[in-house]
Design a protein around this ligand. Structure first.
Ligand code: SGN
Ligand code: CA
Length: 542
């Protein structure tokens, strides 16, 4: 059953007016989708904010300037694998079944790329997908196993697993450009998904970017020392603080003599157990030892002087407010270093499109699997429905078709991506997808009945970073969150934020009688959304 049979409608912007064209099949656009991991809005220049003056993303800023920036793009579940499953299926987590990073993904289900393929598109997926198993619906796929590695990454394709020499963001881009240039059937339009590992923990920049921010001061967020007053158990007990949960070695790249003893002991254990060494992904020292000795030398030398100064202060200092500020600087410099190669490689793709003439009929879209904390609330990581991790970037670029410099402020969500791709291709949209095509928005024409609220649901608890299960509703101004299940006193706890008055979400006003009517209205809306999206009744988390 088809929800809608969509006309081959291609948006054209020109001569000062937006108009729609019914394109012939041979004019169907190519779709080039660039996706990153954990890329915060705060570190994209065109989104503004305290880090803009560092000019972290010149290439992304260029496409935002010449295309459309979405200012209110959100995810339905701020964590990797569920967000990626939503990208492919156009459904919230409870319907595609991948509610957290733990369970499996059923590849046999409906996914947009299978439909594109049936409708004459060449499809390719390169990089991180975080959904174990064989990809379906792609003419070409080469993915990182699990989280992947920054240096000497392994890849899996239909042919099995192999290791590539070099830095992951460069390699993923090389592979994508190779496929575009000589790997595809040029008689067909294409959809290519270029999925970066950057800027995931443990934030390892390419060698050419290791020291690039070393002598700069990275502005701090106002809430670096948030004490979570006014908020409930979830914020108080999350284990994702820069102060306490950042690891000295893999996260902060600070190695003490104790570090090496720990490393030797763990290495010995691994070898005795017959495990491969260095291991792929995951292990604290693993990523470091996937670098060659030459790479490690560049890596260590860039930080040696500042590391010695810090080590001289002693480990206890690292827990003091000054120590936290230092941790923040080191974290941000490495994170931004990862963003530098990401942005550079986006530039390479844009150059290739222009040189090959493909730019005329290719829409480029950029997003991330979710946002990230850059020290706001004292945190790194994501998971919460608070703005920094709930929001995600979305930039679309298609010269001649999207009005340059446009900014969209409608509430859009990652459930919309799959239907947008199908709509762009004039392919049918299946009944069970839960989003809406963004194509009219790209033409500057938001439908009158566009959504006025978003549904959110995070499930991964108990798990790393200890964030309680929660669901919620956001109407663009007010955000109502219900934490529930295990680890929540009496099984339920609510928070309410007025984003207009309190954009940093420091002031939970759920207990304030002024908001009684607003709370009732939002609870009703939450229930309506549960019904619309067919959320199962039992959300006890037990
Ligand atoms: C790893 C990270 C966590 C992160 C999860 C999920 N630790 O476990 O900090 O929250 O991945 O990230 S690490 O030290 O192993 O990098 S996600 O993007 O895949 O959801
Ligand atoms: Ca992620």
């Amino acid at each position: 059953m088809l929800k809608k049979v969509i006309l081959r409608t291609i948006v054209l912007w020109g001569a000062g007016a937006a108009m729609a064209l019914q394109a012939a099949p041979e004019n169907r656009p190519n779709i080039l989708w660039i996706f990153s991991d954990d890329h915060s809005i705060q570190t994209i220049g065109s989104y503004g904010g305290r880090l803009q003056k560092l000019n972290p993303t010149p290439n992304l800023d260029r496409i935002a300037k010449e295309g459309m920036r979405f200012d209110r793009c959100y995810v339905g579940n701020s964590i990797c694998a569920p967000s990626r499953a939503t990208l492919l299926t156009g459904k919230h987590s409870h319907l595609h079944g991948k509610i957290d990073n733990q369970g499996g993904f059923n590849h046999n289900q409906q996914q947009f790329q299978k439909i594109l393929q049936k409708n004459g598109y060449q499809t390719a997926m390169i990089g991180k997908i975080h959904l174990n198993g064989k990809m379906q619906g792609f003419d070409h796929w080469e993915v990182l196993p699990g989280q992947g590695d920054y240096y000497q990454p392994n890849f899996i394709s239909g042919k099995g697993m192999y290791t590539e020499e070099g830095y992951v963001t460069d390699i993923i881009t090389d592979k994508a450009l190779k496929w575009l240039d000589s790997g595809r059937d040029k008689d067909k339009p294409f959809m290519v998904m270029i999925h970066h590992k950057a800027a995931h923990r443990s934030w390892m920049p390419a060698l050419r970017h290791v020291g690039m921010y070393e002598n700069l001061f990275i502005p701090e967020p106002d809430s670096l020392f948030d004490d979570y007053a006014t908020r409930g158990v979830a914020a108080h007990s999350a284990t994702m603080t820069i102060r306490d949960e950042m690891r000295l070695e893999s996260d902060l790249k600070l190695y003490t003599p104790k570090s090496w003893e720990k490393y030797e002991a763990e290495k010995k254990k691994m070898i005795a157990a017959g495990k491969p060494f260095p291991p792929a992904g995951g292990w604290e020292f693993g990523a470091y030892f996937r670098m060659t000795p030459e790479q490690r030398k560049v890596w260590d030398d860039a930080r040696e002087a500042s590391n010695q100064k810090i080590l001289a202060k002693g480990e206890a200092w690292l827990k003091t407010p000054e120590g936290v500020k230092w941790r923040y600087q080191r974290y941000m410099k490495d994170y931004l270093g990862c963003i530098a190669s990401l942005d550079e490689n986006i530039g390479r793709v844009l150059d290739y499109l222009a040189e090959s003439g493909l730019d005329k009929n290719t829409i480029v879209m950029y997003s991330s699997d979710q946002g990230f904390y850059m020290g706001e609330h004292g945190w790194f990581d994501k998971r919460f429905m608070y703005e920094e991790s709930f929001r995600t970037p979305l930039i679309a670029y298609w010269p001649g078709h999207i009005k340059p410099g446009s900014v969209n402020t409608d509430l859009v969500q990652n459930i919309d991506f799959a239907e947008t791709f199908l709509d762009l291709a004039g392919a049918p949209v299946p009944d069970d997808m839960q989003g809406r095509s963004l194509v009219p928005l790209l033409a500057g024409k938001t439908p009158k009945d566009w959504r006025e609220s978003l549904y959110y649901h995070y499930y991964e608890y108990p798990a790393i970073h200890n964030v309680r299960r929660h669901e919620g509703v956001f109407n663009g101004r007010f955000k109502l969150i219900r934490f529930y299940g295990k680890g929540v006193p009496n099984g339920e706890e609510w928070e309410l934020f007025d984003i207009e008055k309190d954009p940093e979400e420091m002031n939970n006003v759920y207990g304030n009688p002024e908001y009684t009517a607003k709370i009732a209205e939002l609870k009703k809306e939450l229930q309506r959304l549960r019904e619309v999206y067919e959320v199962p009744e039992d959300t006890s988390g037990e």
